[in-house]
Design a protein around this ligand. Structure first.
Ligand code: HEC
Ligand code: HEC
Length: 337
């Protein structure tokens, strides 16, 4: 404190005209450098979350399903166009397209303010006031710490702007009926990020912002049955394969017998590109494992720690049901170019 004060006196002293300018410069250089460092840190955290945890990029890019888990096609990051419909997943009443979230001013979000982007990610309200279909997991992102959200926005601003118009969605029901109105907090101001030293709490935070629940919670009689959260059993019918989401509760029919190492392997196996590149045939998956494999070991351990604490739910799953069954409808998850 004393030192700072002395420096200030020196800098502003009458006999220190020369000092003044040099002090001024070096302190502003310093604060510029600090700013640049903290922006770089924010972008790096945002990149990590958007690609490997909240997985914004896997939904908002083209994906190559001739490879395992449909890795993102390089060069299309954020450009949108992925199509989701009721043939892919019964829970989708119509046809919905992921939007262009690159900084392109005309077809992307380049002209949106941070607040407008924040509102769409956490409240599901687009810049023009439209309510977004909750396949875009804003119900989960509504629980994300504001700082993490701002980091993601800072990262999105660094994406290559891509000019690409995405078709308008076609819903068979009014958007207000899409799901029972989710309880959204009007602001994310009070959200906090638990300390990483508490793996169970931090794992709960990660599983929420990764939105593992949408795929892994049974969709029964027109609604997600959260009383059986993580019990799995949703059928995804892709154009080339179909797969059912697994039971990831600690029941014996779920992952109750899995060790932490086995759980980590489920993800880390795909850090090796050859395990993604090999054509998986009918044993493919919609779980974005190519993206999740970039999660740190400690974040994966936190997910495992949390999943040990959820209620065990009996639900025996055949992950690849009736692959030879001629009756099954082909799904449609093609990308619109
Ligand atoms: C499960 C797939 C999925 C994930 C994951 C996802 N989105 Fe989306 N997102 C969508 C879909 C689909 C829409 C369009 C919804 C509609 O048309 O009603 C959308 C819409 C948006 C919009 C609104 C754009 C506009 O023009 O209205 C923004 C912004 C956005 N997403 C950003 C993100 C960010 C940031 C993340 C990660 C934190 C993310 N999304 C994760 C599927 C996803
Ligand atoms: C887009 C849908 C989707 C998302 C998102 C998703 N999963 Fe999955 N998950 C599946 C499907 C489908 C399977 C079964 C096929 C497979 O093993 O990949 C599966 C399988 C698993 C398995 C293997 C269990 C077994 O018995 O073989 C684990 C563990 C798992 N998921 C955990 C998670 C976690 C943790 C998250 C969030 C970080 C997550 N999943 C997000 C769809 C999804």
């Amino acid at each position: 404190m004393k030192k700072l004060f002395a420096l200030a006196v020196l800098c502003t002293g009458v006999f220190a005209a020369a000092w003044f300018s040099s002090c001024n410069n070096s302190s502003s250089d310093l604060s510029e450098k600090k700013k640049a460092d903290s922006l770089a840190k924010a972008v790096e955290r945002g990149r990590y979350l958007a690609n490997h945890v909240a997985a914004c990029i896997h939904c908002h890019s083209e994906r190559d399903f001739s490879r395992f888990s449909g890795p993102v096609v390089p060069g299309t990051e954020g450009s949108g166009g992925l199509k989701y419909d009721s043939r892919l997943l019964e829970a989708i009443p119509g046809t919905i397209y992921a939007k262009n979230i690159t900084p392109d001013k005309e077809t992307g979000i380049g002209s949106w303010t941070d607040e407008e982007i924040l509102r769409s990610i956490t409240q599901g309200i687009s810049k023009n006031g439209d309510t977004l279909f909750p396949l875009m997991p804003y119900v989960s992102y509504n629980k994300m710490a504001r700082e993490d959200l701002l980091n993601i926005i800072a990262y999105l601003r660094t994406l290559k702007p891509i000019y690409k118009k995405v078709p308008a969605r076609q819903l068979m029901i009014p958007i207000s009926m899409a799901y029972p109105a989710p309880a959204l907090k009007p602001s994310v101001e009070g959200n906090s990020k638990p300390a990483e030293t508490d793996p169970v709490k931090y794992g709960e935070y990660l599983i929420t912002i990764a939105d593992c629940a949408t795929c892994h919670t049974p969709f029964e009689k027109g609604a997600f049955n959260f009383a059986r959260i993580y019990a799995g059993g949703n059928l995804f019918t892709h154009e080339d394969f179909r797969v059912m989401s697994a039971n990831i509760t600690p029941d014996s029919t779920g992952i109750g017998s899995w060790t932490e190492e086995q759980f980590l392997n489920k993800f880390t196996l795909y850090r090796d590109a050859k395990n993604i590149t090999a054509y998986p045939g009918k044993q493919n998956t919609v779980m974005p494992l190519a993206d999740y494999s970039g999660m740190t070991d400690s974040d994966l351990k936190a997910l495992y720690a949390y999943l040990r604490t959820v209620k065990p739910m009996p639900n025996k799953i055949n992950k690849y049901p009736g692959t030879d069954d001629k009756e099954w409808k082909m799904g449609d998850m093609k990308v619109v170019k």
